[in-house]
Design a protein around this ligand. Structure first.
Ligand SMILES: Cc1cc2nc3c(=O)[nH]c(=O)nc-3n(C[C@H](O)[C@H](O)[C@H](O)COP(=O)(O)OP(=O)(O)OC[C@H]3O[C@@H](n4cnc5c(N)ncnc54)[C@H](O)[C@@H]3O)c2cc1C
Length: 454
């Protein structure tokens, strides 16, 4: 009987995570990568902070964001040039991913397209992976199959606490020119009128945010994105996006947009990147929520892939592929809770805040050094800077307003930090307000309780 070949590593998923790690591991190990579609072909594109771009990735980046602008429906409008970084480069997905695939091929790895994962069984340290193109035996299975991982489902890994980003947009041409927009602009605004007067309804649904990035003299990437507990369907997103770019007065510059390519997808926003493993199985990329509250998935992949591969290679050589050993492999995380705190607050604001609060939020951004606003999104913020922002926030908002936006767990994060700089009386008041709200949250009448929080 023919003996089935034994691989060191089988990777399921040929997105950025699978290909990045595959390109590294295939230097020293026998690797097979299987993608249900075509490995290296994605409808996504990314901009990332410059500090995550190593010398291997740098040749596959181009231009980038140089100016950030925000605007709320209420009219507040601010813009600032990037100060800390000279630019946020774009990753050219049409060249970087095929390059990683080529590296794997040159290293002797096998990359199989139209090869979907079906099931897997671990027996005596060997994983048998069943796919639509046959069975493969491997010492280590790496799940890089993304947001809808069948392997996460198989192991019943609980993702109830995750939020999801749902994104729909297009690369488009502006036949009539950019109408005042400039190459390198990144604009983010709230698109819809504030229909969320009822706070509980706003917490349940929120609104999409419209963004655009100007790629060159006549091309933009514009999109609507949602942060929700559930994933918004493609149909719903497409309808709303088309209304936004064709009809909204605030998007007049886009009414004549010629759509060249649609881009959409879903990715987890997990609050902290997760380290997940089982015996002989390890999870990377969106499958493990290697991402941030703001969903910088590619950013985390680039931070992780080389060191992760180096450590994984050592374990393969040592034959230590049990769950405990695999979990010991460090990967970049936001180690400090305070690093994710403001990022988390921002995402709640973007999803849940009614327009008048967003105006205040923009005022807040205006009242602190601009560089802090950027740092929130890139997680390079120091504890002292977090405290500057929190102090400004407490000055800008009434406590009850914050309570309405933040879920309890995030309020506790705020409190942890506020304790470092606020007087005891302020901390006690926060406890009182948040405690009261969360106890009475189920009763709408509790909202109008006569408390004076000013
Ligand atoms: C429109 C959009 C814009 C984005 N912009 C940014 C940005 O600017 N900066 C940033 O850092 N991040 C951004 N992200 C997030 C980023 O794209 C993701 O976090 C990243 O792509 C995750 O990579 P991955 O390899 O883990 O998963 P994916 O890119 O989802 O790749 C998974 C791969 O696995 C394959 N697969 C799935 N199921 C199976 C199966 N059963 N069998 C075999 N193969 C399978 C798929 O075909 C796919 O090729 C954006 C996402 C979207 C949708």
């Amino acid at each position: 009987m023919e003996k089935i070949e034994l691989y060191d590593v089988v990777i399921v998923g040929g997105g950025p995570a699978g290909l990045a790690v595959g390109s590294e591991l295939s230097y020293n190990h026998k690797v097979l990568l299987a993608d249900k579609g075509e490995a290296g072909k994605t409808s996504r594109s990314w901009f990332v902070p410059l500090d995550v771009v190593d010398e291997k990735v740098m040749p596959y980046t181009y231009s980038g964001v140089t100016r950030f602008m925000t605007q709320t429906f209420g009219g507040a409008d601010v813009s600032w040039k990037t100060e800390l970084f000279d630019r946020y480069p774009y990753i050219n997905e049409k060249t970087l991913l095929p390059h990683w695939r080529e590296v794997m091929k040159n290293n002797g790895a096998e990359v199989l397209d139209q090869c979907a994962y079906v099931d897997s069984v671990v027996n005596d340290g060997i994983v048998t992976v069943e796919t639509t193109r046959g069975s493969f035996r491997t010492r280590l299975l790496i799940d890089a199959s993304g947001y809808d991982s069948p392997i996460i489902k198989k192991y019943a890994i609980n993702r109830d606490h995750d939020y999801w980003w749902s994104v729909f947009g297009s690369i488009g041409e502006h036949p009539d020119g950019l109408n005042g927009m400039a190459v390198g602009d990144y604009m983010m605004w709230q698109t819809f009128e504030d229909t969320n007067a009822d706070v509980s309804a706003s917490m349940a649904s929120g609104r999409p945010v419209f963004e655009y990035e100007i790629l060159n003299e006549n091309t933009s990437f514009s999109f609507a994105f949602y942060l929700r507990k559930e994933r918004v369907s493609r149909e719903v997103m497409e309808k709303e996006y088309m209304t936004i770019i064709r009809e909204e007065p605030t998007t007049a510059n886009f009414h004549d947009l010629k759509i060249k390519e649609l881009k959409y997808g879903w990715y987890p926003s997990g609050a902290l990147s997760q380290q997940l493993a089982e015996d002989n199985v390890v999870f990377i990329g969106d499958a493990a929520c290697w991402t941030t509250p703001c969903g910088w998935g590619m950013t985390f992949i680039l931070r992780n892939y080389r060191e992760f591969s180096r450590q994984m290679s050592k374990l393969l050589v040592a034959g230590q592929l049990d769950k405990k050993s695999l979990l010991s492999v460090p990967h970049y995380k936001t180690h400090e809770k305070y690093e994710v705190l403001l990022n988390t607050i921002v995402t709640h604001f973007l999803s849940n805040a009614p327009a008048p609060m967003l105006d205040k939020f923009i005022n807040l951004f205006n009242s602190v050094p601009k560089i802090l606003c950027e740092k929130i999104f890139t997680l390079t913020i120091t504890r002292e800077e977090v405290h500057v922002m929190l102090k400004a926030m407490l000055a800008q908002f009434e406590l009850m307003e914050l309570v309405r936006i933040l879920p309890k767990e995030d309020y506790l994060l705020v409190l942890d930090e506020v304790k470092y700089f606020a007087e005891d009386a302020v901390v006690d008041k926060m406890h009182e307000v948040f405690g009261f709200f969360h106890k009475t949250k189920a009763e709408p009448s509790g909202m109008n309780n006569g408390f004076d929080f000013s």
